[in-house]
Design a protein around this ligand. Structure first.
Ligand SMILES: [Zn+2]
Length: 108
């Protein structure tokens, strides 16, 4: 298995930091709350991507445009897990909407 899934016990309004450099990649104090660092591979929700590197996208079985075009049939976490990227960590956190999560991918 190339990935590790970690459930974060955080509130939807909490910041989320990179485990490597401690940068707040979700930072609600910023107007643009998505602040990817060099270790961030993607920031996604069940309904679509907020950020993704080309490096990670090329390892996915479907590209982002295809996923967004079929977002009613896509199970985001399954797509993220199916990527052929070598060693990555998925942080899953509650989005504050019933049944929805945010997924942040970091290099391992
Ligand atoms: Zn980092």
């Amino acid at each position: 298995m190339a990935y590790q899934l970690i459930q974060l016990a955080v509130q939807p309004t909490d910041n989320i930091a990179c485990p490597h450099c401690q940068q707040q990649v979700i930072d609600w104090a910023e107007e643009q709350y998505i602040q990817p660092c060099e270790h961030t591979l993607f920031i996604a929700m069940d309904i679509g991507f907020e950020y993704i590197t080309d490096e990670f996208e090329t390892t996915m079985r479907r590209n982002v445009d295809d996923l967004h075009a079929n977002d009613d049939q896509v199970i985001m976490l399954d797509e993220l897990k199916a990527a052929a990227f070598d060693h990555y960590v998925i942080y899953q956190s509650d989005l504050g909407i019933e049944g929805y999560s945010r997924y942040i991918g970091f290099t391992a």
